[in-house]
Design a protein around this ligand. Structure first.
Ligand SMILES: C[S@@+](CC[C@H](N)C(=O)[O-])C[C@H]1O[C@@H](n2cnc3c(N)ncnc32)[C@H](O)[C@@H]1O
Length: 431
Protein backbone atom coordinates (compact mmCIF):
# COMPACT_ATOMS: atom_id res chain seq x y z
CA UNK A 1 0.00 0.00 0.00
CA UNK A 2 1.23 3.50 -0.79
CA UNK A 3 2.50 5.43 2.27
CA UNK A 4 -0.02 7.91 3.75
CA UNK A 5 1.99 9.41 6.64
CA UNK A 6 2.57 13.13 6.13
CA UNK A 7 6.33 12.85 6.58
CA UNK A 8 7.00 16.20 4.89
CA UNK A 9 5.05 18.04 7.61
CA UNK A 10 6.69 15.96 10.35
CA UNK A 11 10.13 16.87 9.07
CA UNK A 12 9.14 20.52 8.64
CA UNK A 13 7.97 20.54 12.26
CA UNK A 14 11.27 18.99 13.41
CA UNK A 15 13.14 21.63 11.42
CA UNK A 16 11.04 24.40 12.93
CA UNK A 17 11.50 23.14 16.51
CA UNK A 18 15.27 22.77 16.25
CA UNK A 19 15.60 26.07 14.40
CA UNK A 20 13.89 27.80 17.34
CA UNK A 21 16.34 26.22 19.79
CA UNK A 22 19.28 27.46 17.72
CA UNK A 23 17.92 30.95 17.00
CA UNK A 24 17.05 31.45 20.68
CA UNK A 25 20.56 30.37 21.67
CA UNK A 26 22.19 32.76 19.21
CA UNK A 27 19.94 35.65 20.33
CA UNK A 28 20.40 35.07 24.02
CA UNK A 29 24.18 34.83 23.57
CA UNK A 30 24.32 37.90 21.35
CA UNK A 31 25.77 35.89 18.49
CA UNK A 32 25.30 36.71 14.78
CA UNK A 33 22.67 34.80 12.83
CA UNK A 34 23.90 32.62 9.93
CA UNK A 35 24.10 34.42 6.58
CA UNK A 36 25.36 33.84 3.05
CA UNK A 37 26.77 37.38 2.96
CA UNK A 38 30.51 37.97 3.22
CA UNK A 39 30.14 38.97 6.87
CA UNK A 40 28.28 35.80 7.83
CA UNK A 41 29.97 33.79 10.63
CA UNK A 42 32.13 30.86 9.50
CA UNK A 43 30.90 28.68 12.40
CA UNK A 44 27.34 30.01 12.73
CA UNK A 45 26.19 27.42 15.27
CA UNK A 46 29.14 27.25 17.65
CA UNK A 47 28.71 23.76 19.08
CA UNK A 48 31.31 21.66 20.79
CA UNK A 49 31.08 18.00 21.69
CA UNK A 50 30.29 18.93 25.30
CA UNK A 51 27.56 21.40 24.35
CA UNK A 52 25.04 18.58 24.10
CA UNK A 53 21.73 20.44 23.67
CA UNK A 54 22.92 22.80 20.95
CA UNK A 55 24.90 20.05 19.23
CA UNK A 56 21.82 17.78 19.22
CA UNK A 57 19.64 20.59 17.80
CA UNK A 58 22.18 21.26 15.06
CA UNK A 59 22.44 17.58 14.09
CA UNK A 60 18.65 17.24 14.14
CA UNK A 61 18.23 20.33 11.98
CA UNK A 62 20.82 19.17 9.44
CA UNK A 63 19.43 15.61 9.44
CA UNK A 64 15.79 16.67 9.03
CA UNK A 65 16.56 19.20 6.31
CA UNK A 66 18.66 16.60 4.48
CA UNK A 67 15.74 14.14 4.63
CA UNK A 68 13.22 16.80 3.62
CA UNK A 69 15.41 17.78 0.67
CA UNK A 70 15.76 14.13 -0.41
CA UNK A 71 11.98 13.58 -0.24
CA UNK A 72 11.25 16.81 -2.10
CA UNK A 73 13.64 15.88 -4.91
CA UNK A 74 12.44 12.27 -4.94
CA UNK A 75 14.20 8.99 -5.73
CA UNK A 76 14.15 9.06 -9.54
CA UNK A 77 15.37 12.66 -9.83
CA UNK A 78 18.08 12.06 -7.21
CA UNK A 79 19.41 9.07 -9.15
CA UNK A 80 19.09 10.74 -12.56
CA UNK A 81 21.17 13.68 -11.32
CA UNK A 82 23.43 11.59 -9.13
CA UNK A 83 26.41 13.65 -7.90
CA UNK A 84 26.12 15.77 -11.08
CA UNK A 85 26.39 19.06 -9.19
CA UNK A 86 28.97 17.77 -6.68
CA UNK A 87 31.36 16.45 -9.33
CA UNK A 88 31.53 19.72 -11.21
CA UNK A 89 31.51 21.77 -8.04
CA UNK A 90 34.64 19.88 -6.93
CA UNK A 91 36.32 20.48 -10.30
CA UNK A 92 35.23 24.12 -10.26
CA UNK A 93 36.58 24.82 -6.78
CA UNK A 94 39.87 23.14 -7.59
CA UNK A 95 40.27 25.31 -10.71
CA UNK A 96 39.38 28.48 -8.80
CA UNK A 97 41.78 27.64 -5.95
CA UNK A 98 44.52 26.61 -8.39
CA UNK A 99 44.30 30.07 -10.01
CA UNK A 100 44.23 31.78 -6.56
CA UNK A 101 40.79 33.28 -7.26
CA UNK A 102 39.66 33.28 -3.58
CA UNK A 103 42.71 35.34 -2.57
CA UNK A 104 42.24 37.87 -5.39
CA UNK A 105 38.60 38.76 -4.62
CA UNK A 106 38.63 41.55 -2.01
CA UNK A 107 37.26 40.26 1.30
CA UNK A 108 35.12 43.34 1.86
CA UNK A 109 34.50 44.69 -1.62
CA UNK A 110 33.94 43.76 -5.24
CA UNK A 111 36.03 43.22 -8.35
CA UNK A 112 35.00 43.06 -11.96
CA UNK A 113 35.46 39.86 -13.89
CA UNK A 114 38.03 41.36 -16.34
CA UNK A 115 40.28 42.62 -13.57
CA UNK A 116 40.01 39.31 -11.72
CA UNK A 117 40.91 37.48 -14.92
CA UNK A 118 43.99 39.67 -15.38
CA UNK A 119 45.07 39.12 -11.76
CA UNK A 120 44.64 35.35 -11.81
CA UNK A 121 45.57 34.47 -15.38
CA UNK A 122 42.33 32.54 -15.84
CA UNK A 123 40.70 33.47 -19.17
CA UNK A 124 37.67 35.68 -18.50
CA UNK A 125 35.09 33.52 -20.24
CA UNK A 126 36.22 30.42 -18.32
CA UNK A 127 36.51 32.36 -15.08
CA UNK A 128 32.88 33.52 -15.41
CA UNK A 129 31.65 29.97 -16.07
CA UNK A 130 33.46 28.51 -13.07
CA UNK A 131 32.45 31.39 -10.81
CA UNK A 132 28.77 31.04 -11.76
CA UNK A 133 28.88 27.32 -11.00
CA UNK A 134 30.46 28.12 -7.63
CA UNK A 135 27.92 30.89 -6.94
CA UNK A 136 24.89 28.60 -7.26
CA UNK A 137 26.56 26.59 -4.51
CA UNK A 138 27.06 29.64 -2.25
CA UNK A 139 30.76 30.17 -3.09
CA UNK A 140 31.20 33.76 -4.42
CA UNK A 141 28.36 35.95 -5.65
CA UNK A 142 27.73 38.10 -8.69
CA UNK A 143 25.87 41.09 -7.19
CA UNK A 144 25.71 42.72 -10.66
CA UNK A 145 26.54 41.17 -14.02
CA UNK A 146 30.31 40.88 -14.41
CA UNK A 147 31.05 41.87 -10.79
CA UNK A 148 32.34 39.35 -8.23
CA UNK A 149 32.18 39.41 -4.42
CA UNK A 150 32.80 36.95 -1.63
CA UNK A 151 30.16 35.09 0.34
CA UNK A 152 30.81 33.74 3.83
CA UNK A 153 31.54 30.42 2.11
CA UNK A 154 34.16 31.62 -0.39
CA UNK A 155 35.68 33.83 2.29
CA UNK A 156 36.74 30.70 4.20
CA UNK A 157 39.08 29.99 1.27
CA UNK A 158 40.46 33.51 0.91
CA UNK A 159 42.80 33.68 3.87
CA UNK A 160 43.25 30.10 5.00
CA UNK A 161 45.49 27.75 3.04
CA UNK A 162 44.28 24.88 5.23
CA UNK A 163 40.76 25.35 3.85
CA UNK A 164 42.09 25.42 0.28
CA UNK A 165 44.00 22.20 1.07
CA UNK A 166 40.61 20.55 1.82
CA UNK A 167 39.49 21.26 -1.74
CA UNK A 168 42.88 20.18 -3.08
CA UNK A 169 42.96 16.86 -1.18
CA UNK A 170 39.43 15.85 -2.27
CA UNK A 171 40.23 16.65 -5.88
CA UNK A 172 43.89 15.68 -6.25
CA UNK A 173 44.01 12.51 -4.14
CA UNK A 174 40.54 11.34 -3.14
CA UNK A 175 38.85 11.63 -6.52
CA UNK A 176 41.49 9.62 -8.44
CA UNK A 177 41.42 6.99 -5.66
CA UNK A 178 37.63 6.74 -5.70
CA UNK A 179 37.82 6.28 -9.48
CA UNK A 180 39.94 3.15 -8.84
CA UNK A 181 37.68 1.60 -6.20
CA UNK A 182 35.94 -0.85 -8.55
CA UNK A 183 39.29 -2.05 -9.91
CA UNK A 184 40.72 -2.41 -6.39
CA UNK A 185 37.69 -4.25 -5.04
CA UNK A 186 37.60 -6.55 -8.08
CA UNK A 187 41.30 -7.34 -8.20
CA UNK A 188 41.98 -7.45 -4.47
CA UNK A 189 38.68 -8.09 -2.64
CA UNK A 190 40.31 -9.24 0.59
CA UNK A 191 43.80 -7.79 0.45
CA UNK A 192 45.29 -6.42 3.66
CA UNK A 193 48.12 -4.70 1.78
CA UNK A 194 48.33 -0.92 1.33
CA UNK A 195 49.89 -1.41 -2.13
CA UNK A 196 46.63 -3.03 -3.34
CA UNK A 197 44.47 -0.09 -2.20
CA UNK A 198 42.65 2.11 -4.73
CA UNK A 199 45.08 4.97 -3.99
CA UNK A 200 48.05 2.79 -4.94
CA UNK A 201 46.37 1.72 -8.18
CA UNK A 202 45.75 5.38 -9.02
CA UNK A 203 49.20 6.70 -8.07
CA UNK A 204 51.45 3.66 -8.55
CA UNK A 205 52.69 3.92 -4.95
CA UNK A 206 51.32 3.57 -1.43
CA UNK A 207 49.85 6.66 0.22
CA UNK A 208 52.84 7.61 2.36
CA UNK A 209 55.58 6.40 -0.04
CA UNK A 210 54.00 8.62 -2.69
CA UNK A 211 54.03 11.54 -0.23
CA UNK A 212 57.69 10.98 0.54
CA UNK A 213 58.52 11.22 -3.18
CA UNK A 214 56.23 14.26 -3.67
CA UNK A 215 56.90 16.71 -0.83
CA UNK A 216 54.35 19.19 -2.24
CA UNK A 217 51.64 16.58 -1.66
CA UNK A 218 52.98 15.95 1.85
CA UNK A 219 52.78 19.65 2.72
CA UNK A 220 49.23 20.02 1.40
CA UNK A 221 48.15 16.80 3.08
CA UNK A 222 49.48 18.16 6.39
CA UNK A 223 47.43 21.33 5.91
CA UNK A 224 44.35 19.26 5.11
CA UNK A 225 44.82 17.13 8.26
CA UNK A 226 45.17 20.31 10.36
CA UNK A 227 41.93 21.72 8.92
CA UNK A 228 40.10 18.44 9.41
CA UNK A 229 41.29 18.21 13.02
CA UNK A 230 40.18 21.72 13.94
CA UNK A 231 36.54 21.60 12.86
CA UNK A 232 33.39 21.60 14.94
CA UNK A 233 33.35 18.62 17.30
CA UNK A 234 36.91 17.71 16.31
CA UNK A 235 39.03 15.95 18.89
CA UNK A 236 41.68 18.42 19.89
CA UNK A 237 44.83 17.61 21.82
CA UNK A 238 43.29 19.48 24.76
CA UNK A 239 40.05 17.46 24.73
CA UNK A 240 42.10 14.23 24.69
CA UNK A 241 44.14 15.54 27.61
CA UNK A 242 40.87 15.87 29.54
CA UNK A 243 38.94 12.83 28.30
CA UNK A 244 41.03 10.19 30.09
CA UNK A 245 41.72 9.91 33.82
CA UNK A 246 45.43 10.72 33.36
CA UNK A 247 45.40 12.20 36.89
CA UNK A 248 44.83 8.74 38.41
CA UNK A 249 48.17 7.39 37.11
CA UNK A 250 50.87 7.27 39.82
CA UNK A 251 53.46 10.09 39.83
CA UNK A 252 56.35 9.42 37.44
CA UNK A 253 54.28 7.05 35.25
CA UNK A 254 55.50 6.66 31.68
CA UNK A 255 53.14 7.18 28.74
CA UNK A 256 54.47 5.85 25.42
CA UNK A 257 52.96 7.74 22.48
CA UNK A 258 53.37 5.16 19.69
CA UNK A 259 53.49 6.79 16.23
CA UNK A 260 53.07 10.08 18.06
CA UNK A 261 54.34 12.30 15.25
CA UNK A 262 56.00 15.39 16.70
CA UNK A 263 54.29 14.60 20.00
CA UNK A 264 51.69 17.35 20.01
CA UNK A 265 49.19 15.18 21.89
CA UNK A 266 51.76 14.13 24.51
CA UNK A 267 52.72 17.78 24.90
CA UNK A 268 49.11 18.79 25.57
CA UNK A 269 48.65 15.99 28.11
CA UNK A 270 52.02 16.78 29.74
CA UNK A 271 51.03 20.41 30.20
CA UNK A 272 47.87 19.44 32.06
CA UNK A 273 49.35 16.53 34.02
CA UNK A 274 52.70 17.53 35.44
CA UNK A 275 53.22 14.18 37.24
CA UNK A 276 53.58 12.16 33.99
CA UNK A 277 56.55 11.38 31.70
CA UNK A 278 56.19 10.74 27.97
CA UNK A 279 58.14 8.93 25.29
CA UNK A 280 57.09 9.91 21.76
CA UNK A 281 57.96 7.23 19.22
CA UNK A 282 58.01 7.94 15.50
CA UNK A 283 60.43 8.19 12.55
CA UNK A 284 63.79 9.84 13.31
CA UNK A 285 63.20 12.69 10.84
CA UNK A 286 60.63 14.10 13.28
CA UNK A 287 63.12 14.26 16.19
CA UNK A 288 64.25 17.83 15.62
CA UNK A 289 60.75 19.29 15.17
CA UNK A 290 59.56 17.31 18.19
CA UNK A 291 62.41 18.62 20.36
CA UNK A 292 61.55 22.17 19.34
CA UNK A 293 57.88 21.67 20.16
CA UNK A 294 58.65 20.29 23.64
CA UNK A 295 61.11 23.12 24.29
CA UNK A 296 58.62 25.81 23.28
CA UNK A 297 55.95 24.17 25.43
CA UNK A 298 58.34 23.96 28.39
CA UNK A 299 57.98 20.17 28.79
CA UNK A 300 61.36 18.95 27.44
CA UNK A 301 62.25 17.45 30.83
CA UNK A 302 59.19 15.14 30.72
CA UNK A 303 58.54 14.53 27.01
CA UNK A 304 61.29 12.75 25.12
CA UNK A 305 61.38 11.74 21.47
CA UNK A 306 62.55 8.21 20.66
CA UNK A 307 63.11 7.16 17.02
CA UNK A 308 61.29 3.85 16.74
CA UNK A 309 59.30 1.87 14.19
CA UNK A 310 56.12 0.47 15.73
CA UNK A 311 56.70 -2.86 13.97
CA UNK A 312 59.86 -3.42 16.04
CA UNK A 313 60.10 -4.70 19.65
CA UNK A 314 59.65 -1.89 22.20
CA UNK A 315 63.00 -0.52 23.46
CA UNK A 316 64.11 -1.45 27.00
CA UNK A 317 63.40 2.12 28.15
CA UNK A 318 59.70 1.76 27.44
CA UNK A 319 58.89 -1.73 28.68
CA UNK A 320 56.27 -2.00 31.41
CA UNK A 321 55.05 1.57 30.79
CA UNK A 322 51.85 2.74 32.47
CA UNK A 323 50.17 3.56 29.14
CA UNK A 324 50.83 2.72 25.50
CA UNK A 325 48.89 5.38 23.62
CA UNK A 326 48.10 5.19 19.91
CA UNK A 327 46.14 8.01 18.29
CA UNK A 328 44.88 7.70 14.73
CA UNK A 329 47.32 4.91 13.97
CA UNK A 330 45.27 1.73 13.79
CA UNK A 331 42.60 3.02 11.39
CA UNK A 332 45.34 3.47 8.76
CA UNK A 333 46.15 -0.23 8.82
CA UNK A 334 44.40 -3.54 8.07
CA UNK A 335 43.93 -6.10 10.86
CA UNK A 336 47.01 -7.97 9.63
CA UNK A 337 49.25 -4.93 10.19
CA UNK A 338 47.45 -3.85 13.38
CA UNK A 339 48.38 -7.22 14.86
CA UNK A 340 52.01 -6.56 13.87
CA UNK A 341 51.82 -3.16 15.61
CA UNK A 342 50.13 -4.49 18.74
CA UNK A 343 52.28 -7.60 19.23
CA UNK A 344 55.48 -5.78 20.35
CA UNK A 345 53.38 -3.53 22.60
CA UNK A 346 51.64 -6.46 24.26
CA UNK A 347 55.02 -8.15 24.74
CA UNK A 348 56.23 -5.03 26.56
CA UNK A 349 53.10 -4.59 28.72
CA UNK A 350 53.11 -5.48 32.41
CA UNK A 351 49.86 -6.56 34.13
CA UNK A 352 49.40 -2.92 35.21
CA UNK A 353 50.04 -1.42 31.76
CA UNK A 354 47.14 0.03 29.79
CA UNK A 355 46.73 0.18 26.05
CA UNK A 356 44.83 3.37 25.16
CA UNK A 357 43.76 3.76 21.55
CA UNK A 358 42.27 6.99 20.27
CA UNK A 359 40.25 6.21 17.15
CA UNK A 360 36.66 5.88 16.02
CA UNK A 361 34.39 3.26 17.56
CA UNK A 362 31.80 2.71 14.84
CA UNK A 363 28.25 2.86 16.19
CA UNK A 364 25.69 0.25 15.21
CA UNK A 365 23.86 1.39 12.05
CA UNK A 366 21.03 3.91 12.67
CA UNK A 367 21.91 4.55 16.31
CA UNK A 368 23.53 7.99 15.93
CA UNK A 369 22.35 11.04 13.96
CA UNK A 370 22.41 10.47 10.21
CA UNK A 371 24.90 13.29 9.62
CA UNK A 372 27.38 11.86 12.13
CA UNK A 373 27.00 8.35 10.76
CA UNK A 374 27.44 9.60 7.17
CA UNK A 375 30.73 11.18 8.20
CA UNK A 376 32.19 8.08 9.84
CA UNK A 377 31.00 5.86 6.98
CA UNK A 378 32.85 8.16 4.58
CA UNK A 379 35.92 8.01 6.84
CA UNK A 380 35.73 4.21 6.85
CA UNK A 381 35.70 4.12 3.04
CA UNK A 382 38.51 6.69 2.93
CA UNK A 383 40.59 4.23 4.97
CA UNK A 384 39.67 1.46 2.53
CA UNK A 385 40.52 3.42 -0.60
CA UNK A 386 43.71 5.00 0.74
CA UNK A 387 45.23 2.14 2.76
CA UNK A 388 43.07 -1.02 2.54
CA UNK A 389 42.33 -0.26 6.19
CA UNK A 390 39.14 0.49 8.12
CA UNK A 391 37.31 2.07 11.03
CA UNK A 392 36.23 -0.45 13.68
CA UNK A 393 33.23 -1.17 15.90
CA UNK A 394 33.57 -2.11 19.59
CA UNK A 395 33.48 -5.80 18.66
CA UNK A 396 35.98 -5.33 15.82
CA UNK A 397 38.35 -3.78 18.37
CA UNK A 398 37.82 -6.56 20.89
CA UNK A 399 38.26 -9.25 18.23
CA UNK A 400 41.47 -7.59 17.02
CA UNK A 401 42.86 -7.47 20.58
CA UNK A 402 41.93 -11.09 21.27
CA UNK A 403 43.63 -12.20 18.05
CA UNK A 404 46.88 -10.70 19.40
CA UNK A 405 46.54 -12.01 22.94
CA UNK A 406 43.50 -13.69 24.49
CA UNK A 407 44.14 -11.73 27.72
CA UNK A 408 43.87 -8.32 26.08
CA UNK A 409 40.41 -7.05 27.03
CA UNK A 410 38.66 -3.71 26.61
CA UNK A 411 38.10 -2.31 30.11
CA UNK A 412 36.62 1.11 29.23
CA UNK A 413 35.58 3.30 26.32
CA UNK A 414 35.35 7.08 26.67
CA UNK A 415 33.59 8.87 23.86
CA UNK A 416 30.92 11.54 23.60
CA UNK A 417 30.33 14.01 25.10
CA UNK A 418 33.97 14.32 26.23
CA UNK A 419 35.22 13.67 22.71
CA UNK A 420 33.81 14.37 19.25
CA UNK A 421 34.30 11.76 16.53
CA UNK A 422 36.97 9.64 18.22
CA UNK A 423 36.82 7.54 21.37
CA UNK A 424 39.46 6.38 23.82
CA UNK A 425 39.49 2.59 23.97
CA UNK A 426 41.28 1.33 27.05
CA UNK A 427 42.48 -2.28 27.21
CA UNK A 428 44.47 -4.30 29.71
CA UNK A 429 45.92 -7.78 30.06
CA UNK A 430 43.23 -9.48 32.13
CA UNK A 431 44.50 -12.76 33.54
C1 LIG B 1 47.97 9.70 11.23
S1 LIG B 1 49.51 10.09 11.94
C2 LIG B 1 49.09 10.17 13.64
C3 LIG B 1 50.10 10.93 14.43
C4 LIG B 1 49.73 11.20 15.88
N1 LIG B 1 49.53 9.97 16.62
C5 LIG B 1 48.52 12.10 15.98
O1 LIG B 1 47.52 11.66 16.51
O2 LIG B 1 48.58 13.22 15.49
C6 LIG B 1 50.37 8.56 11.80
C7 LIG B 1 51.78 8.59 12.38
O3 LIG B 1 52.33 7.28 12.29
C8 LIG B 1 53.69 7.42 12.00
N2 LIG B 1 54.20 6.15 11.46
C9 LIG B 1 53.92 5.57 10.28
N3 LIG B 1 54.58 4.39 10.19
C10 LIG B 1 55.29 4.26 11.35
C11 LIG B 1 56.15 3.25 11.85
N4 LIG B 1 56.43 2.15 11.16
N5 LIG B 1 56.67 3.42 13.07
C12 LIG B 1 56.39 4.55 13.80
N6 LIG B 1 55.58 5.53 13.38
C13 LIG B 1 55.05 5.38 12.16
C14 LIG B 1 53.74 8.56 11.01
O4 LIG B 1 55.03 9.11 10.89
C15 LIG B 1 52.72 9.50 11.63
O5 LIG B 1 53.33 10.39 12.54
Amino acid sequence: MAPTTDILSQLAEEISRNTSTIVDYLKSNNLPQPSFGPDGPSHPIPTTATDEKLSAARHALIGASKALHALAVGPAETTRLFCFNELYLLGTMQVLCHFNVPQQVPVDGEINMGELSAKTGLREELLARFLRMAAVNYYFSEPRPGVVAHTAWSKTLASDEKMRACVWFRHAEMMPSVAKLVEAVEKFPSSAEPQDAAFSLAFGDTFFDYKEKHPDHMVKFGLFVDAFASGIEADTAESIARAYAWETLPAGSLVVDVGGGRGHISTAIAREHAHLKFQVQDFSDLAEESGLLQKTAGVSDRVQFCPHSFFDPQPETSRGAAVYFLRNIMHNWSDLYCRKILKPIVEAMSPDSRLVICDIVLAEPNTIPNTQEARVRALDLTMLSMFNAKERSYWDWQELFTSVDARLKIVAVAGRPKLGTDSLIEAQLVL
